[in-house]
Design a protein around this ligand. Structure first.
Ligand code: G3P
Length: 216
């Protein structure tokens, strides 16, 4: 599977629905699972156009008096399927990760939790998130792929997580820029990739996504 984090890049702010339509087209052409994480204010509209939308963050609070928060109940109400959590650009404490995963799952939503290291992946695995995505922060947005620059973190994390909790699916991300990076990630045992800048900033995002989807 491929998870696309649109972050808050200028392109994601100005044409978020274009990315939802592209993801939708590539899913119909390939049958591959593609998750799209648009900027928060575009979640509802994106989820109306594309069936596999995740939030970029969720708060570990219930529906109620929590000004400015995004509870899992809210995501469910607007037909979002799950949430990314603990991204290097939006880190949260381990206790909050656990509460947020439980709340997502209690609402029938999926969880995609980022970990910066193999040790962190080890800590998260027992909580049974749907996915763990290993992303070394220093390679994020660098154009240098984790699968080439740090293959050991992918292999070690896959091994560690599967030993602790074989139900969890492991992805990798950071610097994934082309077909070869994706191919290597799969060879290292990852079940998919999480990526952002190479897709959002591609000259032709549809062509880019179709190309990396062809690896699976
Ligand atoms: O969430 C994905 C991300 O952090 C990786 O970013 O730009 O290196 O693909 P990028």
């Amino acid at each position: 599977m491929i998870a696309l984090n649109l972050k808050t890049y200028e392109q994601s702010i100005t044409k978020p629905l274009l990315f939802a339509d592209i993801a939708s087209e590539v899913v119909s052409e390939t049958g591959l699972r593609i998750i799209l994480c648009p900027p928060m204010p575009y979640l509802k509209e994106s989820a109306e156009r594309f069936s596999d939308v995740f939030a970029q963050h969720v708060d570990p609070v219930p529906a109620g008096a929590y000004t400015g928060s995004i509870p899992a109940e809210l995501l469910k109400a607007i037909k979002v399927k799950g949430s990314l959590l603990n991204h290097s650009e939006k880190r949260i404490p381990m206790g909050d990760i656990k509460i947020a995963i439980e709340k997502l799952h209690a609402n029938g939503l999926e969880s995609l939790i980022c970990s910066a290291t193999t040790n962190e992946a080890r800590e998260i695995a027992p909580v049974s998130p749907t996915y763990i995505a290993v992303e070394p922060p220093e390679l994020i947005g660098s154009g240098i792929s984790v699968s080439t620059a740090q293959p050991e973190i992918v292999m070690n994390s896959v091994k560690a997580v599967l030993e602790i909790n074989p139900k969890v699916r492991v992805l990798c991300g950071a610097g994934i820029s082309n077909k070869n990076d994706v191919k290597k990630a799969l060879e290292l045992g990852a079940q998919g990739v999480l990526l952002s800048s190479a897709f959002v900033k591609a000259k032709d995002p549809k062509e880019f996504l179709s190309e990396i989807a062809s690896v699976f």
